[in-house]
Design a protein around this ligand. Structure first.
Ligand code: NAD
Length: 354
């Protein structure tokens, strides 16, 4: 691994720690980008990386992204992320999770972990036996913050799409608005159900074609192939699957007025935000519109550790602020000609004192 501070994605991260545990075979990187607003919070990714430098890049980029996301969501948390470097078979053991929990605990609360790709709720419960610095744990009852973040993320995206439709198309409801949705998983299916309930016309795609067809049938929409969805003529293209879909080719294919969805890191490179804007398409910055889940799991954590309010209404109240934040970004973008992603990055940087 090269010195991490020479990596292009190093952005004055406050802490980058390599963790090794010989007994369990754990190799992990914990990165805290900023603790300006609170402890560095963000999930743990369990992934097999071709090269250690890819793991470092993920840890650096994702932890910075969490700084921006938490700041823009108005949460008293900084940005952090952990990656566990899995072997090719992605072998996971209790010993490995215990060693990871010990490493998180040793940081004394500078980093608060949660689930991310490859880490389940059950894994986090195991980690929580070694450290209290864990969010996203299961909760009792439907009236508490926390638990599966997917439905909360979907709720925020639904409100964000409505705000985008109002800003760009001057329409007050989603009645008759055509949404092409990529990814019918936890987040995408939640967005689709909420939008369809309001009368949106849904076109749905997933690499699991059966999943898309089932959801389309439930909602009276249409299923299309995963290859086709990004080029469908529609009002809103809503990406809820992969990142990096907005590259040169992906942007050229768009035939929509708005891009608004939950996938993380939708812009392949920083300059792609300008390309989307240059095509006259309104973009909802991903880390602003998809913050519903982090709002829920963070309130659960603050409730458990600090006695803060943790009822569901507090989560809903904060998620309802997402459209206002997006509107502020778009107005600033309209006024200055700077693309929404860059306006948002600057707002976030200011909030974290950078
Ligand atoms: P998920 O695994 O439940 O669903 C993802 C879906 O996308 C799956 O159905 C999968 O088959 C489909 N998919 C994968 N590649 C595809 C492709 N090329 N074309 C069409 N469909 C494809 O995941 P999720 O929790 O719904 O997360 C979706 C996205 O939202 C991810 O980018 C995730 O990082 C982001 N996100 C999720 C949350 C959350 O609370 N779950 C929060 C913030 C951001």
């Amino acid at each position: 691994m090269t010195a991490f501070w020479t990596e292009p994605d190093f952005d004055d991260h406050e802490l980058v720690q390599l963790v090794r545990d010989h007994e369990s075979g754990l190799t992990a990187i914990i990165a805290v980008h900023s603790s300006h607003l609170g402890p560095g919070a963000g999930g743990t990714r369990f992934w097999h990386y071709a090269e250690p430098k890819d793991a470092m890049r993920d840890a650096l980029r994702l932890s910075r992204g969490m700084s921006y996301k938490n700041a823009m969501a108005g949460l008293p948390m900084g940005g952090g992320k952990a990656v566990i470097l899995a072997d090719a078979d992605k072998t996971k053991s209790d010993g490995l999770l215990d060693a990871f929990g010990d490493a998180v605990d040793a940081l004394g609360g500078k980093y608060v972990t949660a689930e991310d790709v490859g880490i389940s709720e059950a894994d986090m419960v195991r980690v929580s036996q070694r450290t209290a610095h864990v969010s996203g744990l299961p909760v009792d009852g439907e009236d508490a913050a926390g638990g599966d973040p997917g439905p909360f993320t979907a709720m925020g995206i639904y409100h964000g799409i409505k705000a985008a439709v109002q800003h760009k198309l001057k329409r007050d409801t989603l009645e008759g608005v055509h949404i092409a949705l990529q990814g019918a998983g936890s987040v995408g299916s939640g967005v689709a159900r909420l939008a369809a309930k309001e009368g949106a016309r849904m076109t749905i795609a997933d690499i699991d074609a059966g999943r898309a067809e089932q959801l389309a049938e439930e909602l009276g929409g249409e299923a299309v192939s995963a290859d086709a969805v990004q080029g469908i003529a529609c009002d809103v293209f809503s990406p809820n699957a992969l990142g990096a879909i907005l590259d040169d080719e992906g942007i050229a294919r768009l035939d929509c007025a708005i891009v608004a969805g939950g996938a993380n890191n939708q812009l392949a490179r920083a300059h792609h935000g300008e390309q989307v804007a240059a095509r006259g398409i309104l973009y909802a910055p991903d880390y602003v519109i998809n913050a519903g889940g982090i709002i829920s799991v963070t309130l659960e954590y603050l409730c458990r550790t600090k006695g803060n309010p943790c009822d569901i209404n507090e989560v809903r109240k904060r998620i309802a602020q997402i459209p206002g934040r997006l509107e502020q970004i778009w107005q600033e973008s309209d006024r200055t000609g700077v693309s929404p992603d860059q306006v948002s990055d600057r707002m976030a940087q200011k909030l974290i004192g950078r």
